[in-house]
Design a protein around this ligand. Structure first.
Ligand SMILES: Nc1ncnc2c1ncn2[C@@H]1O[C@H](COP(=O)(O)OP(=O)(O)OP(=O)(O)O)[C@@H](O)[C@H]1O
Ligand SMILES: [Mg+2]
Length: 232
């Protein structure tokens, strides 16, 4: 095994001894326990595991949306567990992109407005031009002024991918991004996702139930009994 500190230096994601539980009707439900995990630059990593095993919980921790009870999480060299709320907000705006199963687009904003929003929040003067170029990259240049309700599921997910990648984040977290689409549309959206992350050298954490999809990633893990197990 290589020296741990050597690994830490190169890791884009480093998760050490992380634990997380929820309390439900007075009972403590342990979801993640002593979970360890590392990912390097430009790696694509699949996480599979039974429903309820804690995959979305883990992504929420990596996104800085929730805090672990124990352990540390370093993303792009920054320790999330010591960060202020303002620091976490800035980390989420710059370092990670997130794609959810249910798209989570803002329904009253057009495709273009959804995609340019993260750039506007970041104070980017060229927000609109960059958002248009990202929409073109996902094949939706001609649908920029459509509302989510005027787009198909696959198109909405392509908008969500464009939005997640528009700030060129180092890390993309995707939670069942094709889970809500029919097989053919899902495949198309997934091809696009892989093309974009490979082009940009983005580290991808892909949560999926789909074994075929998982096999497209450089490394595969199964989340079970609170920990990630390496799959061959
Ligand atoms: N806010 C919460 N409060 C209480 N329990 C929760 C909460 N969020 C998740 N859980 C529980 O934690 C466990 C892990 O949930 P999680 O959503 O991370 O699983 P998952 O692996 O993503 O499942 P799925 O494959 O169905 O999406 C489940 O038992 C779930 O019921
Ligand atoms: Mg989930």
């Amino acid at each position: 095994m290589s020296h741990p500190s050597g690994n830490l230096d190169k890791s884009v994601i480093s998760v050490v001894n992380v634990g997380k539980s929820y309390s439900r009707s007075g009972q403590k439900l342990s979801v993640l326990a002593n979970l360890n995990f590392e990912a390097g630059a430009a790696q694509t990593i699949a996480i599979t595991g039974p429903s309820g095993s804690g995959k979305s919980t883990l992504l929420g921790l990596l996104a800085g949306l929730d805090e672990p009870e124990t352990g540390t999480i370093r993303m792009d060299g920054v320790d999330l567990t010591n960060m202020s709320q303002a620091g976490l907000a800035s980390f989420r705006a710059k370092t990670v992109g997130i794609v959810f199963q249910q798209f989570h687009l803002l329904q009253t904003l057009t495709a273009l407005e959804n995609v340019s929003l993260p750039l506007e929040i970041a104070g980017n003067k060229a927000a609109e031009a960059e958002a248009i170029s990202r929409l073109e990259a996902v094949g939706l240049g001609t649908r920029a002024n459509h509302l989510p309700s005027q787009l198909s599921g696959g198109e909405c997910q392509r908008v969500a991918i464009a939005r997640a990648l528009v700030v060129r984040p180092k890390i993309l977290l995707a939670d069942e991004p094709s889970g809500n689409l029919d097989a053919k549309t899902g495949e198309h959206v997934t091809d696009l996702l892989f093309d974009l992350v490979r082009k940009d050298g983005t580290t991808l954490i892909l949560v999926t139930h789909n074994e075929e999809l998982a096999k497209r990633c450089d490394h595969r893990y199964q989340l079970r009994d609170g920990q990630l197990h390496r799959m061959l």
